[in-house]
Ligand binder design. Structure first.
Ligand code: UD1
Ligand code: CA
Length: 458
């Protein structure tokens, strides 16, 4: 019972989630691109001193398939309530474990809060995390005596009218030793409105045994949202978005409207970054100092260098953008796009698996695919790097300082030498030497004696 006891999170995730009306087990419902359970496991990992255990039941094969191999599971079948779920976990845990019970459907809990709860647990007692909410409906209500001590929890469906008005509710999250849980869970019954073994009944038992109960009230009700239906799922998504927006602002990012930004991954930012409305950031995104991102741009798994300006309506994924670049509006950088410093990529330009060198410009309506574009190259409007012969992809290589005239097709594999100039409208199928003008189009002629046809007169 010492503070050295290994802290083992047990995550209850066996329930069906009837109120979701979904084929997917509730704990696999997605929240910010990850399952509810994955959010909980991430937090669990930050307080655990021993491997977490997940209680699975409904859709157990599906749930297990999403778990990392080091995560232990226990099966609960049939599902007879939260108390029964924890009983199913106990045989797998060491006697001296300190068990913190978490829920697959309470995904926004913070590790700091769990640490505060662990600290609030009296040495020989139970720790209980409660929260005060404006609308307590659906949650178990915390019952206290006249001295303010917790004496039990009553579930909504078992509560009388006056109990329903209590707005301090059970988050479900509790901590006690394995031996204590074993004792309490052996004593609870299913004489309640749902005919289930309620884990919450352990609180009343502990109180009646005189076991001290250390209550920690969570400061932020959004952390303890339990997700039972789609409306709560949407509320959690919003809460998470607000939380991440606040974190970005705390790091010094200007958000034009914190309610209209989507952050779904791990974002790291430099100083004085500014982000306009409707921006979606996914995966691992790194933004350097003074980066600005225009409205309605989507960026995933990308690094952006200092002083780069990304204008509105760009879609950027798995790309590396150097410093001092300008991208967009309406540019698309696909996987493997790599822009050197001070490169410009303008509207309706698509770049895939291609490096564009320092100071080069691809400003309008072009496709740069499977290419190496040198430094200070100008790629004229409407240039296409034809990389695909119908069977294989080939590369286009353009030397430093080259100038590609508008509406050129570079049919790969092909090389354009340094400082070469390609005449507008060319179809380049052979290598073009450096320092020279290459034109590959039919010559312009004017017919002096040509007469425009006239309409026949009757
Ligand atoms: C539970 C608590 C309630 C608390 C609320 C907080 C009980 C009896 N009630 O109610 O006091 O306010 O959480 O969100 O504990 N589960 C199993 N096996 C089961 C039943 C449930 O693993 O047999 C899992 C579910 O997958 C879910 C979690 O336990 O992740 C909670 O179950 P749920 O049915 O949603 O309980 P609530 O009614 O929300
Ligand atoms: Ca719930």
């Amino acid at each position: 019972m010492s503070s050295q006891a290994p802290v083992v999170p047990v995550i209850l995730a066996a329930g069906r989630g009837t109120r979701m009306h979904s084929d997917l087990p509730k704990v696999l419902q997605p929240l910010a691109e990850k399952s509810l359970l994955a959010h909980v496991l991430e937090v669990a990992g930050q307080v655990a001193t021993s491997r977490p255990l997940v209680v699975v039941g409904h859709g157990s094969d599906q749930v297990r398939a999403t778990l990392a191999t080091e995560i232990r599971t226990a099966i609960q079948a049939p599902q007879l309530g939260t108390g029964h779920a924890l009983s199913c976990a106990l045989p797998y845990l060491d006697d001296d474990s300190l068990i913190i019970v978490l829920y697959g459907d309470v995904p926004l809990i913070r590790p700091e809060t769990l640490k505060e709860l662990l600290a609030a647990r009296p040495a020989t007692g139970m720790g209980l995390l409660t929260v005060s909410v404006a609308d307590p409906s659906g949650y178990g209500r915390i019952l206290r005596n006249d001295d303010g001590q917790v004496i039990g929890i009553v579930e909504e469906r078992d509560a009388n009218e006056s109990q329903k008005h209590i707005n301090e509710v059970n988050t479900g999250i509790m901590v006690a030793t394995r031996a204590q849980w074993l004792d309490w869970l052996g004593r609870i019954d299913r004489n309640n409105a749902q005919g289930e073994f309620y884990l919450t009944d352990c609180v009343g038992l502990a109180a009646s045994q005189g076991v001290p109960i250390g209550v920690h009230r969570c400061h932020d009700p959004q952390e303890t949202i339990g997700i039972n239906d789609r409306a709560q799922l949407a509320a959690a998504e919003k809460a998470l978005r607000n939380r991440r927006a606040s974190e970005l602002m705390r790091c010094g990012v200007t958000l034009r409207d914190p309610d209209h930004i989507e952050i779904r991954g791990k974002i790291s930012v430099g100083k004085d970054v500014s982000i306009d409305i409707g921006v979606v950031l996914e995966g691992t995104v790194k933004l350097g100092d003074r980066v600005s991102i225009g409205p309605h741009t989507v960026i995933s798994d990308t690094t952006v260098g200092d002083d780069t300006e990304i204008l509105s309506h760009c879609v950027i994924e798995h790309a590396a953008v150097g410093h001092g670049c300008r991208v967009g509006p309406f540019a698309r950088l696909r996987p493997g796009a790599c822009l050197g410093a001070h490169a410009h990529v303008g509207n309706y330009v698509e770049i895939k698996n291609a490096a564009v060198g320092e100071g080069s410009k691809v400003n309008h309506l072009s496709y740069v695919g499977d290419a190496e574009v040198g430094t200070k190259v100008n790629v004229g409007a409407g240039t296409i790097m034809a990389n695909y012969d119908g069977a294989n992809k080939h590369r286009t290589i353009i030397g430093d300082g080259a100038s590609i005239g508008s509406n050129t097709v570079l049919v790969a594999p092909v090389k354009v030498g340094p400082d070469a100039t390609i005449g507008a409208g060319s179809v380049i199928t052979h290598d073009a030497p450096g320092g020279k003008l290459t034109i590959a189009r039919s010559r312009q002629t004017t017919l002096d004696n040509w007469q425009r046809p006239r309409k026949k007169e009757d």
